[in-house]
Design a protein around this ligand. Structure first.
Ligand SMILES: Nc1ncnc2c1ncn2[C@@H]1O[C@H](COP(=O)(O)OP(=O)(O)OP(=O)(O)O)[C@@H](O)[C@H]1O
Ligand code: SF4
Ligand SMILES: [Mg+2]
Length: 325
């Protein structure tokens, strides 16, 4: 059975950098996403992890039809999402929803919770859904995220940060999507309620079979939630693997350094050999050869000249590094 929901291949998103006040001319390109590929499967979580600016949100925006790709494809049930029209396009929009980092800014403060959660239903179904059916569905998803139907009458400011994130999740669930993009879904929440929020995401996944594209800096969140992980560095995937394999047998020096920096108690990395030093170079002028070479403690002459390809080292475990060629 092929349970792939989305297949991303050779995806690039480059932004023009312009100069000039009256006549703007492109003087270069920010290579925010620069040839990446992965699949998202039904009921599973694929996580994109990496430092700030490596292209995680840009990837999500292409998937959400908010940015047109420069090259490559995103296929939904085998069809490129940028070629979808009419009913198929509506179906794709309904089946792909998003929950953003900060629920305080993603929920309209002037709308009641009931209207916020109902909005996708009304936009997608137009006048074809009766107000009774809309109310019923709103009540149902509020209960699913652990809120009482009475919440529908209140405004976002009457809720805590964790409850606001539940409202955002209820809105995302209202159309029974196949996929929800979770962009840093717990990093704006109090540390004390993060575990609760992650458990809610996981429980709903088990119950509803929804897939998540999880975007996170924090490897602890990724380790807890993801089935498969893509480690991004400067618009590229440095490593991609099933989550358990990645955390027990990380191969790429960048992955090891990220794990050492954010999961210091990780038993496989007690030597502290991999240290993440220096800044991420600009995606405007990525360094030649391996993009990580300026920060890598294993750098070899070939790394400064030849860009390593992402190659499969073990079943489903891919790494882009000359140490493994
Ligand atoms: N509309 C745009 N125009 C020009 N450059 C952009 C645009 N959007 C993003 N970028 C650049 O693309 C790169 C990737 O940005 P992106 O937001 O995808 O990173 P990210 O991995 O989500 O980072 P963070 O963890 O900080 O959210 C950055 O250098 C960013 O400045
Ligand atoms: S290719 Fe070279 S510089 Fe890049 S991560 Fe591997 S060893 Fe380090
Ligand atoms: Mg981002």
């Amino acid at each position: 059975m092929n349970d792939t929901i989305l297949e991303i291949q050779g995806l690039k998103k480059h932004f023009p950098v312009t100069s000039g006040v009256l006549v703007s001319r492109p003087v270069g390109w920010v290579r925010a996403v620069d040839d990446i590929g992965f699949s998202i499967r039904k009921g599973e979580t694929f996580a994109l992890v990496g430092e700030s600016g490596c292209g995680k949100t840009t990837t999500a925006k292409v998937i959400l039809l908010l940015e047109r790709p420069t090259d490559g494809s995103v296929k939904f049930h085998g069809k490129n999402i940028y070629n979808l029209k009419g009913k198929n396009l509506r179906q794709y929009r309904a089946s792909t929803q998003v929950v953003l980092q900060d629920p305080s800014s993603s929920l309209n403060p002037k709308m009641r919770v009931g209207s916020i959660v109902a909005e996708p239903l009304l936009v997608n179904n137009g006048a074809s859904m009766s107000s009774k059916a809309v109310k019923q569905r709103v009540d149902e998803v509020l209960l699913q995220v652990g809120l009482q139907p009475e919440a529908a009458r209140r405004f976002p400011h009457e809720f805590s940060g964790g409850q606001k994130q539940r409202i955002a999740l209820a809105r995302a669930l209202s159309l029974s999507p196949d996929l929800i993009v979770l962009d840093e879904p717990v990093s704006a929440l109090d540390v004390s309620i993060r575990a609760q929020a992650m458990n809610l995401f996981k429980d709903l996944q088990a119950e509803l079979g929804v897939a998540y594209l999880l975007i996170a800096h924090d490897l602890a969140t990724v380790r807890y939630m993801a089935h498969e992980v893509g480690v991004m560095y400067l618009g590229r995937l440095a490593e991609r693997s099933l989550s358990e394999e990645l955390f027990t047998n990380p191969l790429h020096p960048y992955t090891k350094a990220l794990i050492a920096a954010t999961l210091p108690s990780h038993p496989d990395l007690i030597s502290g050999e991999e240290v993440l030093s220096g800044e991420v170079p600009s995606p405007l002028n990525p360094p030649p050869g391996c993009r990580f070479h300026g920060r890598c403690s294993h750098v070899m002459p070939v790394c400064r000249e030849v860009d390593p390809l992402l190659k499969e080292q073990a079943k489903g475990h891919f790494v882009a590094c000359h140490l493994f060629e």
